[in-house]
Design a protein around this ligand. Structure first.
Ligand code: CNA
Length: 235
């Protein structure tokens, strides 16, 4: 057990969590690198290419083949990290969760203030009429999912080459700038602009919990290279 982390959590009243794919690996959802590794044997392009706006518009069928195989995990359940963050919010000591994940597991654990920088696979919209479709519809549809109106259904996920939602950015940035403790976890901090939002934190309790080193390790006040679910289960 990391006693410094435990003490800081106890003393802090406005914790913000900033996370990425590594938060959900202990729930059975591979992170980006793992997807990359798996992908190499089955797909002609790297995930960054397939998960881009241009590819979605040009090669929609191939996009959905990858998306259904690698991005949808309808049976995944929240782990100890998701659950602890929801508990802190309910106790009034966490301002919010800023996540790059698109899996909805923070909300499944009970978190209410979740800033989903890259959207969610749980929401899908017709690009022509705007009708909403849920994850179940996407799982059951074959090939390219179409709306009743004939329009193309697109996941509410921010693809490479698309802009982040400005309200979500504002909420995330407000939360981080008001935090008295920032815990960053399960992210390589390699995807921009998301990774730049941690620059808004002005306090002295920046904690990084990540299995592998990140480019920001040297500026954190505490660095823990362990599994985040394991670390949070001991708090
Ligand atoms: P990333 O670049 O794949 O980095 C993940 C980081 O997490 C790596 O540095 C790992 O070392 C670390 N890690 C893995 N497992 C653990 C663990 N159990 N405990 C602690 N650290 C761990 O992913 P990022 O989120 O940084 O950014 C890239 C993309 C991947 C984001 O835009 C996501 O939307 C996207 N993505 C999301 C999901 C999801 O929603 N669960 C899954 C796969 C990819």
């Amino acid at each position: 057990m990391n006693e410094t982390l435990k003490a800081w959590v106890k003393e802090s009243k406005r914790i913000v969590f900033f996370g990425g794919a590594g938060v959900s690996t202990e729930s059975g959802i591979p992170d980006f690198r793992s997807v990359d590794g798996l992908y190499n044997t089955q797909y002609k392009y790297p995930p960054e290419t397939i998960l881009s706006h241009g590819f979605f518009m040009r090669e929609t069928e191939e996009f959905y083949r990858f998306y259904r195989n690698k991005m949808l995990f309808p049976d995944a359940q929240p782990n100890a990290a998701h659950r602890k963050l929801a508990q802190w919010e309910a106790e009034g000591k966490l301002l919010g969760v800023v996540t790059q994940n698109i899996d909805g597991l923070h909300q499944a654990a009970g978190s209410k203030k979740v800033y989903e920088l890259h959207g969610s696979v749980l929401r899908n919209y017709c690009m022509r009429c705007g009708k909403f479709y849920d994850l179940d519809y996407m799982m059951k549809s074959d090939g390219v999912p179409k709306c009743a109106c004939g329009g193309l259904v697109k996941p509410d996920v921010v693809l490479y080459g698309e802009n982040l939602d400005s309200d979500v950015i504002q909420g995330a940035c407000n939360a981080i700038s008001q935090a008295d403790m920032l815990i960053i976890g399960g992210t390589s901090l390699a995807v921009y602009p998301a990774a730049s939002f941690i620059d808004l934190y002005r306090g002295h309790r920046m904690v990084l919990v990540n299995l592998s080193p990140t480019p920001q390790d040297s500026r954190a006040d505490l660095v823990i290279h362990e599994r985040i679910g394991q670390v949070f289960s001991e708090l």
